[in-house]
Design a protein around this ligand. Structure first.
Ligand code: NAP
Length: 313
């Protein structure tokens, strides 16, 4: 346990990410008190039953009142409504951040509603699972994972440093980048893979020549690895697609071109081309393991509880 970094932290949204924050804040003693808000009584009751905070609110405004750090963890399409609600209730010097998977849209939605006496610094922890809700969180989620902050050019350096320190205390490594650049990077490393997974699982589900029971029975041959991504929260991913439209469309068109080229290689029996690509991609996986972002253990070393920590975001 260290000295609390903030007297009072408000967590708006207490699903997978919000509840993982609540757990790591408690485990490491990062806040004097934790104020939790979520829109539904069911989720709030679940958070209370899990003892994730010190006080519980249905009103985002009330939770933000008096907090030194406010972290918004809701689907990105809800960011503007939340910022509008909390803006007038922020105390001078409060830091407001978020965890949304897209950044340019979140900055556009939230920044205008944060008063000059508070600091808005958007963020995105590159850590997650395909699970949702307060029960799904765990304190180690952010450990050894990157968190990207996208402060605006005039952001207060001291506030940025405090937020950086917070994420480091949660176990993360922190990078800073421009929101548009973030969205392009995430379009390829996260958003496109999820779209491909949703698409392939949808295609298998629609096939007439192979039965659904065969797809499930023989899934260990590759298909099941896509189903994990395709089991991710539909609301979250609907919002990611709608809010990172340009970067995602750009990556999708590049992907389609490369897929056509692969299709041609298969059609014309171009084994050299296939071998060259498959060898190159094998090297990428080795680099990911060397960077400590996955493990060589069988089944990706994933056990039941910490299923795929850091693999979906
Ligand atoms: P989650 O488990 O589904 O929890 C969502 C939370 O947001 C719940 O408290 C929910 O409230 C609330 N919420 C949902 N819709 C809302 C709305 N329209 N207005 C206000 N509140 C709303 O989601 P999560 O996985 O924690 O994701 C939260 C954010 O983190 C998203 O922006 C996502 O892009 C980002 N993110 C996710 C991952 C991941 O792998 N899951 C990783 C990195 C970042 P109720 O339950 O009370 O309705």
């Amino acid at each position: 346990m260290t000295e609390p970094l903030f007297d009072s932290i408000a967590l708006i949204g207490i699903g997978l990410i919000g509840s993982s924050l609540a757990r790591v804040i408690a485990a490491k003693g990062l806040a004097g008190q934790v104020r939790i808000a979520t829109r539904s009584t069911e989720t709030l009751d679940a958070a209370r039953a899990l003892e994730l905070g010190d006080s519980y609110f249905r009103s985002n405004a009330e939770a933000a009142e008096g907090a030194d750090l406010v972290i918004v963890s809701v689907p990105v399409g809800a960011s503007e409504a939340v910022a509008r609600q909390i803006g007038p209730h922020l105390k001078p010097g409060a830091i407001v951040s978020d965890v949304g998977s897209t950044k340019a849209s979140v900055v556009r939605q939230m920044a205008p509603h944060i008063p000059d006496h508070a600091h808005f610094i958007a963020g995105h922890p590159i850590a997650g699972t395909e699970q949702s809700g307060p029960e799904a969180g765990f304190a180690e989620l952010f450990e050894n994972r990157w968190c990207i902050l996208t402060p605006e050019s005039g952001a207060d350096p001291e506030a940025v440093a405090r937020l950086r320190g917070f994420w480091q205390a949660c176990g993360s490594m922190v990078d800073e980048m421009d929101p548009d650049h973030h969205d392009r990077v995430l379009a390829i490393v996260s958003h496109l893979p999820h779209i491909i997974a949703y698409n392939i699982v949808g295609t298998a589900d629609d096939l007439e020549t192979v039965t659904k029971s065969e797809v499930i029975k023989y899934s260990a041959s590759g298909f099941r690895d896509f189903t994990r991504l395709a089991a991710s929260d539909p609301v979250m991913w609907r919002d990611v697609c709608l809010h990172n439209k340009d970067a995602l469309l750009e990556m999708l068109s590049r992907f389609s071109e490369d897929l056509s080229s692969l299709q041609r290689a298969i059609r014309w029996g171009d084994g050299d081309k296939l071998y060259e690509l498959f060898s190159r991609t094998r090297g990428i996986r080795r680099s990911i393991i060397q960077a400590g972002q996955d493990t060589e253990e069988p089944n990706f070393g994933r056990d039941a509880h910490k299923a795929e920590a850091g693999a979906a975001e």
